[in-house]
Structures are given as structure tokens and as C-alpha cells.
Design a protein around this ligand. Structure first.
Ligand SMILES: C[S@@+](CC[C@H](N)C(=O)[O-])C[C@H]1O[C@@H](n2cnc3c(N)ncnc32)[C@H](O)[C@@H]1O
Length: 358
């Protein structure tokens, strides 16, 4: 399957859109906003206060988070300039996501966004569709690269989880689980290493000398790639539809996700091994289990997962998949887990700033 043609967050601004269901991701990036502000300040000094600053947001998606994150970056540069006698640079903003991303929803918000920006400088926004696992921009055109909540998506489901007939060896799971054979863990880890290394290589060509990169992605505390409860619950919700005769079992057994939550050590190891970047700052944190505007945390998570995973589910299970029912089960299971004494529902985020080694 060609992921680049299928995978996208739910577009538009309707009830199931990413736009309306991405407040948990916003929380994860807001928590480390100061890290970004400080990195922008360091970049401006290290690159001798450029007249024109190139910024990129990789995996920008559509919805309010995209332009709010860019606004924070532009304002951080403005604040850094105001603390000196330097002029605020003009900004060349490069928004990137996969080609089927709903870029139009972002563009529609641009006129109002430009009006509300508190900067006297010019800001030019453009979109660059493509996979961030390859080259996206010309050599040496960016000063700061930002990516939030995106790099845990792999370029593909690892080929190592299929046997010689192309059948998944990962039975009763859609990601690494306690039931997965060791080869499954190994295949996912290797795919992450390969993808993250390609990402770093490409970005090192695109960043100018002195440039930095801030990456925010889902991760895990445990060094062993143990199960991820959110995927486990999606498996259980799909299994309920199988037991009710609404989804064929073989369809469920052939569904796998192209996701990997690395440990901090795995991320740092890969940065060192690839060799183009140095880790400046790194942090690991958990975001609050907050229901936001939803009736429960379970509903909030179910709506978030639906807005992210619907394109892949419909592509695999077909248009007849009962998404409302599926995510009703999902919300119920999350809420049940929350009530357990040893509930393991936690979402771990890793944030890091990398500087290009000249
Ligand atoms: C959960 S959204 C995050 C959006 C936004 N950055 C935020 O923090 O709310 C993840 C985004 O990464 C994008 N993505 C995943 N793999 C990608 C790839 N290989 N190249 C570019 N974008 C990718 C997805 O299409 C999706 O829009």
C-alpha cells in the first residue's frame, strides 16, 4: 500500500476532523513552548541574525495547531530581536505534510492569521507536500525546523513482520503487544532506526550552518518496546466488531499500524549514529488526562484517534466499517482502563532540540 496516497488526518472542520480533535496534541507542544523560544533565540545568534529566516513545520496537518505553532515561532524571533537592536527578519514559512493532507483548510485561515500577527515583519507561507523521510527543500535554505506529533509515524509497516507468503506474523495485535513474537519488536525498531536516520540526513542538507531543529514525538519510558495501550484498545474494539460478525477476522488479522514510540535512548542513539546533529536539549513528559470539551477522557481519546486513523481504517476495512460503533467501544474501553487500580493509560512525549554539526 502506498501510504503517501492514503494516510491523512481527517480534513475540514467537521465534528470528526483533526481540526476539531487535536487539543491533546496542542497540549503536548505547548508544554515545551519555552524550549522552542530558546532554540529560536540561539539560532538567530548562531546564524548572525539573517535578514530572511527559513522555518519549516514538518507534519503540519490541518487545523488550528499549524498556524498557532508558526505564530509562536515568528513571535519568538520578534521577542529575541526586540531584546537587541537587531531587526526582525522576514520569514519564509514552509508547511509540509503528505500530499493528501488538507492544506486548503490552513490556507483559508491565512488572511485572518496575517491580520492578527503581532509582528511588523513580513511572513510568507507556502506548502511543500511530500514525505519527510526524503528531501523536501533545497540545500541550506532553512534556519529552524519544527515537527510536532508526527515523527512517531513510520514510512511503512515494517516488512519484517510478514512471512514469506506475505502474511503477518503479528497475530492478535495491530502493533507490538505482549503477544507479539520478538521479530515483530525487532522489525519495528529497525524500521524506526532506518526512517529516523533518513530524516536526519535530509534535514542536515536543508538547514544552514548554525540551524537547529525541534522535534516533539510520542515515545515510551520502558527500554523494552512493550505494548502500547492505545493500539491495544483499538485492536480490542475491532475484535468486538469481529465477534458481532461485522468485520471478517482475517481483515483484522491483516491490519497493522505504521507507528513506533521510541525510547529517549533509541532517539539519542540514532542521532549519534547518523552523525549530522548534536542533542542540545531533551525532555520526556506526560500530558494530563483531560477530557477537554468531551464527556469523558475516553471520548476525548476516541475522537482524537478517529481523526488520525480513519483514513487507514476505511482503506483497509472498507467504507462499510461502522466507525461510530467502533469508537464508542474504544471510548468505553479507555474509561474502563482508567478505573483500574493499575491503569497504564499514559501518553509519553519526547521533545528534543538538535543543532546541526558544522
Ligand atoms: C498527529 S498529526 C500532527 C499535526 C500537528 N503537527 C500537530 O502537532 O497537531 C501528524 C501529521 O504527520 C503527518 N505525517 C506522517 N508521516 C509523514 C511523512 N512521512 N511526511 C510528512 N508528514 C507526515 C501526518 O499526515 C499528519 O498530518
Amino acid at each position: 500500500m502506498d501510504l503517501e496516497k492514503v494516510f491523512h488526518m481527517n480534513g475540514g472542520v467537521g465534528d470528526n476532523s483533526y481540526s476539531k480533535n487535536s487539543s491533546l496534541q496542542k497540549k503536548a507542544s505547548d508544554k515545551v513552548k519555552q524550549m522552542m523560544v530558546e532554540a529560536i533565540g540561539r539560532v538567530l545568534v548562531a546564524t548572525s541574525w539573517p535578514k530572511s529566516m527559513g522555518i519549516a513545520d514538518l507534519g503540519c496537518s490541518s487545523g488550528p495547531n499549524t498556524l498557532l505553532n508558526i505564530k509562536d515561532m515568528v513571535e519568538a524571533a520578534g521577542t529575541a530581536a526586540a531584546a537587541t537592536t537587531r531587526e526582525v527578519p522576514e520569514f519564509r514559512v514552509h508547511l509540509n505534510d503528505l500530499p493528501t493532507n488538507d492544506f486548503n483548510t490552513i490556507f483559508r485561515d491565512l488572511p485572518e492569521w496575517y491580520r492578527e500577527l503581532k509582528t511588523r515583519s513580513r511572513v510568507y507561507v507556502a506548502a511543500y507536500p511530500g514525505s519527510f523521510y526524503g528531501r523536501l527543500f533545497p540545500d541550506n535554505c532553512l534556519h529552524f525546523i519544527y515537527s510536532s506529533n508526527s515523527l512517531h509515524w513510520l514510512s511503512r509497516v515494517p516488512s519484517g513482520i510478514y512471512d514469506e507468503k506475505g502474511v503477518s506474523i503479528n497475530k492478535k495485535s495491530i502493533y507490538i503487544s505482549n503477544k507479539s513474537p520478538p521479530q515483530v519488536q525487532q522489525a519495528y525498531r529497525e524500521q524506526f532506526q532506518q526512517d529516523f536516520s533518513s530524516f536526519l540526513k535530509s534535514r542536515s542538507r536543508e538547514l544552514v550552518r548554525g540551524g537547529q531543529m525541534m522535534l516533539i514525538l510520542l515515545g515510551r519510558i520502558d527500554p523494552n518496546p512493550v505494548h502500547n495501550i492505545f493500539w491495544e484498545i483499538l485492536y480490542q474494539s475491532l475484535a468486538t466488531l469481529v465477534s458481532q460478525g461485522e468485520v471478517p477476522e482475517e481483515k483484522l488479522e491483516s491490519y497493522e499500524v505504521h507507528f513506533y514510540a521510541p525510547s529517549m535512548e533509541e532517539v539519542e542513539e540514532q542521532v549519534t549514529e547518523e552523525g549530522s546533529f548534536k542533542v542540545e536539549v531533551v525532555e520526556m513528559y506526560e500530558i494530563d488526562k483531560d477530557a477537554g470539551n468531551c464527556s469523558s477522557y475516553g471520548v476525548a481519546v476516541a475522537k482524537t484517534v478517529r481523526s488520525i486513523q480513519e483514513s487507514m481504517l476505511v482503506n483497509h476495512f472498507g467504507e462499510t466499517l461502522m466507525l461510530d460503533k467502533l469508537f464508542h467501544h474504544y471510548a468505553t474501553l479507555v474509561n474502563q482502563h482508567m478505573l483500574k487500580r493499575d491503569n497504564d493509560i499514559s501518553s509519553i512525549t519526547i521533545a528534543l532540540v538538535l543543532s546541526k554539526i558544522n
